[in-house]
Design a protein around this ligand. Structure first.
Ligand code: FDA
Length: 393
């Protein structure tokens, strides 16, 4: 095999495959090096096997980054609608599940197959090599030299698409950050995101609710999400919690509103309307029974509502609107759907994803300090950043 390429893409995940396809269609000779035995492993398990491949409402506001503006350019030049057009061109049936989240009707495998078909479309050539754990990347005036245990490959341009370290047992690595540092690029401290939170201390009693879920509004700092929360044997999970976990800072509380539909004063109204009802029973009517019991045990309002002082009911209502949990940590990279932080956007062109200080070196996908909400936003960033780089290669 001729080991000289126009472009070497490091990592055959969502971003790497899509970038390789675009460069191949622009006539480039591209090599994709992937350490796992197959490409697109995270795509295959995503969305419960149906891949939540984009979110039709994806926009810059749905992403975290040290620079909120960075993602704007790529996201506006390759939109969710653009990716959906590609999905439809490949006759992949899809549906909107909720909140703009688009899933395959069938299997996530269809998305990987679509990317491989796009890679094979030509007129350029895309060579994909799996089981290639990259050991070193060096750079001189002539371009890049990439080594694996099986060979040495050279190229004019090189794309870092090795993702982030979330779920290492699937082959995820922090290789992108090592490379970044080697090339003198700053890295924003990586941290687990879209990750369950753990409870300890007095809050361990909530772990007994493992398996119970409720529709809530969860708030961390100034950011709130209205979705389901799930109690687990280690703490808190479910979409609302995963979403706020990306914004949560150690030491801060997470506030849960168990009655997001109700307005202030509803408990006093209940006292007037049904004075013989007990708070415990009122909560049982509105929430899962086990959850209602634990909340009632902690509110300290016993007896009929009619006999409870207004002040005590106002305080109970306030707690139900803003129940303060104090997570003692997260379940870490082992359980994090994505990694927040990553290669600093200050180092990259927002138009092409090329490193400003290393011409010919590009960074795309999760390796970059751009992290999406839960719900198809992370794949949309993978597609959009891959497209931005692919157009420039
Ligand atoms: P990705 O992780 O896809 O690819 C990186 C590739 O580089 C991997 O194949 C890896 O093996 C390879 N690699 C790493 N180090 C290497 C080395 N040293 N040498 C060679 N290769 C190396 N998002 C979403 O929008 N909708 C969803 O439904 C889901 N669902 C979901 C479920 C689960 C369980 C997880 C863990 C994640 C999701 N995500 C998601 C997030 C989504 O999977 C993620 O954001 C994208 O896959 C990121 O794409 P990248 O190509 O950047 O990294």
């Amino acid at each position: 095999m001729n080991t000289a390429f126009d472009v070497i893409v490091l990592g055959g995940g969502a971003a790497g495959l899509f970038c390789a396809a675009i460069a191949g269609q622009r006539g480039r000779r591209v090599l994709v090096l992937e350490r796992s035995e197959k490409v697109g492993k995270k795509i295959l398990i995503s969305g419960g096997g149906r891949c939540n491949f984009t979110n039709i409402d994806a926009g810059p506001a749905n992403y975290l980054s040290a620079n909120q503006h960075f993602a704007k350019s790529a996201l506006s030049r390759y939109t969710a609608r653009n990716f959906l057009d590609l999905v439809e061109k490949h006759d992949i049936a899809w549906h909107e599940k909720t909140l703009g989240q688009l899933f395959c009707d069938g299997s996530a495998r269809q998305i990987v197959d679509m990317l491989l078909d796009e890679c094979a479309a030509g007129p350029g050539e895309v060579v994909i090599r799996c089981r290639e754990d990259i050991t070193s990347v060096s750079h001189d005036i002539g371009g890049f030299v990439v080594e694996t245990p099986h060979g040495t490959f050279t190229s004019r341009q090189c794309v870092i698409a090795t993702g982030g370290p979330s779920i290492p047992k699937m082959g995820a690595t922090d290789f992108a950050y090592h490379l970044a540092r080697q090339f003198g690029l700053k890295v924003v401290e990586p941290r687990p995101a879209l990750v369950p939170l753990t409870l300890g201390g007095e809050e361990v009693l909530f772990r007994e609710l493992s398996g119970v879920s409720a529709d809530v509004q969860a708030t961390a700092g100034k950011t709130r999400f209205r979705e389901a929360a799930l109690f687990t044997h280690r703490g808190l999970s479910g979409p609302a919690i995963l979403q706020v976990s990306s914004y949560w800072q150690h030491g801060e509380p997470v506030a849960i509103d168990f009655f997001p539909e109700r307005s202030a004063g509803w408990l006093l109204e209940a006292k007037r309307g049904t004075p013989s009802l007990r708070l415990r029973n009122l909560l049982r009517d509105a929430l899962p029974a086990r959850l209602a019991e634990v909340l009632a045990d902690n509110l300290g309002v016993e007896g009929d509502l009619g006999n409870a002082p207004d002040k005590a009911l106002r305080q109970a209502e306030e707690r139900l609107f803003r129940w303060q949990f104090h997570p003692n940590g997260t379940e870490g990279f082992a359980k994090a759907e994505v990694t927040a932080g990553g290669i600093s956007t200050a180092e990259l062109s927002s138009k092409t994803m090329e490193a400003k200080s290393v011409p010919g070196l590009y960074v795309i996908g999760e390796a970059v300090d751009v992290t999406g909400w839960l719900g198809g936003y992370n794949f949309q960033w993978a597609w959009a950043s891959a497209h931005a780089a692919g157009q420039a290669l």
